[in-house]
Design a protein around this ligand. Structure first.
Ligand code: GAR
Length: 205
């Protein structure tokens, strides 16, 4: 157990990325353990996924905190109490504050459903369809103070078809998300990610 990277997974919804992390842990390709799943949405289906796999979870409701900082302070306490080493945002629909960033410097990852820096923020899939790009995809990046601006770890490209909708494109992008997020986490676990300013180098060991 000593070598397993201790993860905190933050969700707000369906939790299919959480599921892919769980599946990759269970099939042995990701050497990690999920210490806690935290949802800001009490109705998130991802909570049922955590329960099914016997993973501890916590619910922090947005409205229960006076400020974003107060919310993040409560979140940091939970993550620290669980000895979390890497925080993974998996469809966590909140902007995080410096309170969380300072507690886990260089140790927060996010997955975004577009090829950043194109189409940051909400509805990256719809933005791509509306813009008319021929390729979109997904990006795993370290989180910094901006919205989807942090150093990029891995991207996967997905072609956009003429008749794509937000949903059809989103479904194909999601399949790639489920591959690249566990891969990025394993690279972190293996100490293979070196951050130099905006650039992340993958070191061969
Ligand atoms: C995923 O497509 C993820 O990339 C996106 O939300 C979805 C969550 O799905 N995240 C963002 O848009 C963050 N800006 P999931 O709950 O099934 O993992």
């Amino acid at each position: 157990m000593a070598d397993l990277l201790k993860l905190g997974v933050l969700i707000s919804g369906n939790g299919s990325n959480l599921q892919s992390i769980i599946d990759n842990i269970e099939n042995g390709s990701l050497k990690a353990v999920i210490k806690i799943v935290v949802s800001n949405n009490p109705d998130a289906f991802g909570i049922a996924r955590a329960k099914k796999h016997g993973i501890p979870f916590a619910i922090l409701k947005n409205g229960d905190y006076r400020s974003k900082d107060d919310f993040d302070a409560a979140l940091v306490k939970i993550l620290k109490d669980c000895d979390v080493e890497l925080v993974t945002l998996a469809g966590f629909m909140r902007i995080i504050t410096p309170t969380l960033l300072r507690a886990f410097p260089g140790r927060i990852m996010n997955i975004h459903p577009a090829l950043l820096p194109s189409f940051p923020g909400l509805h990256g899939q719809k933005q791509a369809v509306d813009y008319g790009v021929k390729f979109s995809g997904c990006t795993v990046h370290f989180v910094d103070e901006g919205v989807d601006t942090g150093p990029i770890i891995i991207q996967a490209a997905v072609p956009v078809m003429d008749d794509d909708t937000e949903d059809t494109l989103g479904a194909r992008i999601l399949k790639e998300e489920h591959k690249i997020y566990p891969r990025a986490i394993q690279l972190f676990a293996d100490g293979q990610l070196e951050i130099n300013g905006r650039k992340v180098k993958i070191i061969n060991r």
